[in-house]
Design a protein around this ligand. Structure first.
Ligand code: SAH
Length: 490
């Protein structure tokens, strides 16, 4: 180890930054975040530094750097673009015993500044000994994505309960055991999900019962939207919950890359159609999920797009609520949004479209959609699950008053390597779709803005990628053959 990582207490401590440019400004802000009293040595300041000085939040010394300026300073950072000045600061600081960092010059520094993940009071510092700062930034981004968003709040609350726990448990050993249960068990789980009352209730239970030898597993369901396909469109929250889950119940359209966020020991169950075409009903999926949660498992129900847009997420949370089980819902980028963006089709556009409707031409049973509502002018209509009835859709919209020349785009496998965009008008689209062999999953976008995409299309699908996406998903070797009772038992 070339450096010892420590966390310096700098509240109200005098610190010096030499330099007044943008690099110096970043360092000033960093020191200010730690509560330091900062003096900047520079005749010229950036606008923001000048404003901080005018607001009396920093002090400016407008002359050149002199050794006496180090008197009483805890820390000095040399951030000028003059190497000679920086080295002079470094030498003087060493003689005076003041901690010194020279920006981008680890050899002249007595300390280096790490990349920082700040979820105060949880702070993670990442260092590479000054050898690979960009790598440190990469790691920082990865840690940020992985770290639960409310980890800071969890630590703060633990801090508030520290005295209480100290009084309750006499020995260090008992206390350590308690905190292990605390962070592994339901209380932390509730706090991370922002359910403070439930956490308090769980704590009370734990303290009054005082008979819980192990962490009780807390079952919970995460109803998570995985977006339309591109793994880059999975939210950070979704990644976090996928990687926490003991069991992942995923739809057929969720790609391998997204499932890779799951823990290696997590059980992955495809609840879409399986390779041998056994269909699992919605009722069975819900029962499976409820059964796992009851057993104390963290179950991630991973769905394409958004769970609450044609995703039957509503039925699933209803079942969980009826069973009195905890759940969270994480929104995803719905196919309409993903496909529109990746095909360069604005869903609203000044003068062309002032509203958007998400609908489907395929309703349950014999119900027909209300075509007169869908055929409103001045809007963009996005139809899900409707590529099987393009001809009827076009016919009905024309019959209900939409001009036959209205632009239509069909986006197939949107946002993925296999994305195809078919453009036409209500008059032509049915034939075009047959000719192009358009298949699900695809959305139909109807409206003036659907004609804009050709110049605005920026996303080039990769024609060399291997085969249709659904095949790739179905060939997943981690797919468990669907076995309802044995998966719950396992
Ligand atoms: N909850 C999902 C929709 C599920 S219904 C969401 O919010 O996106 C399934 C339909 O979604 C498909 O029939 C298709 O119309 C659409 N869809 C899903 N993924 C798609 C994709 N990558 N490209 C185009 N359409 C998609």
């Amino acid at each position: 180890m070339d450096h010892l990582p420590v966390f310096l207490q700098l509240k109200h401590s005098p610190c010096l930054v030499v330099g007044g440019g943008t690099v110096a400004e970043r360092k000033v802000r960093l020191l200010m975040r730690a509560g330091a009293a900062v003096t900047v040595v520079a005749s010229d300041l950036t606008d923001d530094l000048a404003r901080l000085r005018d607001e009396d939040r920093i002090v400016q010394h407008a002359g050149a750097f002199r050794g006496r300026l180090l008197a009483g300073m805890r820390v000095v950072i040399a951030a000028t673009d003059d190497n000679e000045v920086n080295r002079q600061v470094s030498r003087t600081a060493e003689d005076a015993g003041v901690l010194c960092n020279v920006v981008d010059d680890a050899a002249s520094s007595s300390f280096i500044v790490p990349a920082i993940v700040d979820r105060s009071p949880v702070v993670i510092a990442i260092g590479t000994g000054g050898k690979a700062p960009v790598l440190a930034q990469r790691l920082k981004t990865q840690i940020e994505a992985w770290l639960p968003t409310r980890i800071g709040a969890l630590a703060t609350q633990a801090g508030r309960w520290r005295q209480l726990i100290k009084r309750r448990f006499a020995t260090m050993r008992e206390r350590r055991r308690f905190w292990q249960r605390f962070f592994d068990g339901p209380i932390a789980e509730h706090l991370l999900a922002n359910r403070k009352r439930d956490a308090e209730r769980a704590l009370r239970l734990e303290l009054t019962e005082n008979v819980i030898p192990h962490a009780r597993p807390v079952g919970e369901a995460y109803i998570v939207g995985a977006g339309p396909g591109d793994p880059g469109l999975v939210t950070i929250r979704a990644q976090q919950l996928i990687s926490r889950a003991d069991v992942v119940l995923y739809d057929r359209l969720v790609s391998e890359e997204i499932l890779d966020f799951a823990r290696k020991d997590a059980k992955l169950v495809c609840v879409g159609k399986t390779a041998n075409n056994v269909t699992i009903t919605q009722k069975e999926i819900t029962e499976l999920m409820v059964a796992y949660v009851r057993k104390g498992r963290r179950v991630c129900r991973l769905k394409g797009g958004d769970p609450f847009v044609f995703g039957r997420g509503g039925e699933e949370v209803q079942a969980l609520a009826d069973a009195g089980l905890p759940f969270q819902v994480v929104p995803g980028i719905s196919a309409a949004l993903g496909c529109a963006a990746y095909a360069g089709i604005p869903l609203t556009h000044r003068g062309l479209s002032s509203s958007v409707t998400f609908a489907t031409a395929k309703l349950d049973g014999d119900q027909a959609p209300d075509w007169s509502t869908l055929a409103q002018p001045g809007q963009t209509l996005v139809l899900y699950m409707s590529v099987g009835s393009v001809a009827e859709t076009a016919e009905q919209l024309i019959e209900h008053g939409i001009a036959a020349k209205t632009p239509v785009a069909i986006v197939e496998n949107g946002t993925t390597d296999q994305q195809r965009v078919l453009r036409g008008t209500l008059a032509t689209i049915a034939n075009d779709a047959v000719e192009a062999h358009i298949r699900a999953p695809a959305v139909i976008i109807v409206g003036a803005t659907a004609g804009m995409g050709e110049e605005l299309g920026w996303f080039a699908a990769n024609p060399n990628s291997s085969g249709p996406r659904s095949n790739r998903v179905l060939s997943r070797h981690r797919d468990l053959p669907y076995s309802y009772s044995s998966s719950v038992a396992g």
